[in-house]
Design a protein around this ligand. Structure first.
Ligand code: SF4
Length: 490
């Protein structure tokens, strides 16, 4: 039996799809990349914006010929659209056999059995949200995590309590709960044993992690002691970010110089309407501090243009923040109301052509900033974790810098999982181009080296030395882009 999963949306959805793969494997399914040979097709959905939701329905439409030719084919819809629309999806598309929300995927075997028995299944009930600290990954799945290209994700929280007025996530993923640290560390060790060298900690609001008083700072510190090459996290909320976390990033070399700090708008007035519960001034102060202790840090963000009532002055404030922060990457979107959110009740009064014009201005400014920063990379030395073949170039691999910038290297000696130093020789679009600096250090040797990286700084002098070391690892002062960070972040 073969299964195919189509995933839309953020890293949390990717992670959920990986969990579903493990559950399906336990009942005899193999994954396939060829949808035509699948006897089970799952669509893991995202409803954060209008477009991804439309894509889901058009994808489901393309399944009709497959279902017509194979009536035993099972089609399931999972994720946020499933949670929100529930049984309406079954009414809208007769080919769909089961619809289930993000809390339900460990029950896939039972749902599949019910479909085989002739039922059309809807499971959108919530798992309990009390107590606030609970291990929402069942024990039997804790060590069944997925490692791909030496990278792995760990969900440390589930849901969100913030209720930003434009956002559907608290309604599709429920209120926030946090896993116990020992449970997370056990999962991390299992992933490392399977070959993970880079781990991402995930949460809708990852830095509000709180396991009975044990916070995100403590968890990051504990994770930094593990034998990993790289530790990343997404997405922190600016309100919950603090200078101690910036200090920790500067001190722990295993924590990458990458901070995705969603801003959404550069106007205090609009931020208030968005219920973001922080202001521009404190945001900029936190960013300035993060850069001061870790000059190599690369900061990216999310922005919405054309939120209800946004004026030219409000938008000018957003451009101003771009100029000040000089983000590595900006994920920018035109506002579209999401059903069921508080902002849906506001008059969507910014005309579409104005939204488009503002979006173009924002992209043009960010492109200019980006070009300047790419220039600054020329001639620098960057450490890459090679993570795959280049999507468009033959005989070329791609990797990410510590700050998550994509780099292409044409070098047949390199393979997935290699940690290698390259000299940046050029750039094309958003991609940097590099060449290997010296005979490749084997993955094993690099691993040994990375274990020797200082993992904690106990004195201020040591911290200073480590911070200098981090700064010199990337000579660019304020950095940039991007990569596929995911499409929704708090
Ligand atoms: S935007 Fe992020 S922080 Fe705000 S409600 Fe949505 S998931 Fe939560």
């Amino acid at each position: 039996m073969k299964a195919f999963i189509q995933t839309y949306g953020c890293q949390m959805n990717e992670h959920d799809s990986q969990r579903m793969m493990a559950v399906l494997a336990s009942v005899g399914y193999e994954m396939t990349a060829d949808i035509h040979e699948a006897s089970l097709i799952l669509v893991n959905t995202c409803s954060v914006r209008h477009n991804p939701e439309n894509k889901v329905y058009s994808f489901l439409g393309t399944l009709h010929p497959l279902k017509r030719d194979n009536p035993n084919l099972i089609v399931g819809v999972a994720g946020c659209v499933a949670q929100q629309a529930g049984g309406a999806i079954l009414k809208r598309n007769a080919d769909v056999d089961m619809v289930f929300g993000p809390d339900q995927f460990f029950r896939l075997p039972q749902m599949i059995e019910a479909v085989r028995g002739g039922e059309r299944v809807v499971r959108t009930d919530w798992a309990p949200r009390e107590p606030k600290t609970q291990n929402f990954i069942p024990d039997q799945w804790l060590e069944a995590g997925h490692v791909e290209n030496r990278k792995a994700y760990i969900a440390i929280t589930k849901g969100c309590d913030n209720f930003c007025s434009f956002c559907i996530v608290p309604y599709t993923r429920g209120r926030e709960i946090s896993r116990r640290p020992d449970n997370i560390l056990r999962e991390a060790q299992a992933l490392i044993d399977k070959g993970a060298r880079e781990i991402w900690l995930l949460g809708q609001n990852v830095n509000s992690y709180n396991a009975d008083g044990y916070g995100f700072h403590e968890l990051l510190e504990a994770m930094a002691q593990l034998p990993l090459s790289r530790l990343r996290f997404t997405s922190p909320h600016p309100r919950d970010w603090n200078n101690a976390l910036s200090d920790l990033m500067a001190a722990q070399s295993v924590i990458c110089n990458q901070l995705h700090l969603p801003l959404q708008s550069g106007s205090d007035r609009v931020l208030e309407l968005m219920n973001r519960r922080h202001g521009i001034r404190d945001y900029l102060e936190k960013v300035a501090y993060a850069k001061s202790v870790n000059p190599a840090i690369e900061i990216s963000t999310d922005l919405i243009v054309g939120f209800p009532t946004e004026t030219e002055e409000d938008f000018a404030c957003t451009l101003d923040v771009l100029d000040q922060v000089r983000y590595s990457q900006v994920f920018s979107f035109m506002y579209s109301p999401r059903p069921g959110t508080r902002a849906e009740k506001l008059d969507d009064d910014v005309p579409r052509d104005v939204k488009e014009e503002r979006l173009q201005q924002l992209i043009a400014l960010q492109n200019r900033i980006n070009q300047e920063q790419l220039e600054n990379y020329l001639g620098t030395t960057q450490e890459l974790l090679i993570d795959g073949a280049h999507p468009r170039k033959d005989h070329t691999v791609s990797g990410r810098t510590d700050g998550f910038r994509p780099v292409s290297v044409t070098d047949p000696a390199l393979g997935i999982g290699d940690l290698v130093d390259v000299r940046i020789t050029g750039y094309h679009g958003h991609w940097l181009e590099g060449e290997r600096l010296y005979p490749l250090t084997s993955s094993l040797e690099k691993e040994e080296l990375s274990k020797k990286k200082p993992s904690s700084a106990t004195s201020s002098l040591e911290k200073e030395e480590l911070s200098k070391k981090k700064s010199s690892s990337a000579t660019v002062r304020s950095t940039i882009p991007f990569g596929q960070l995911g499409k929704h972040r708090g």
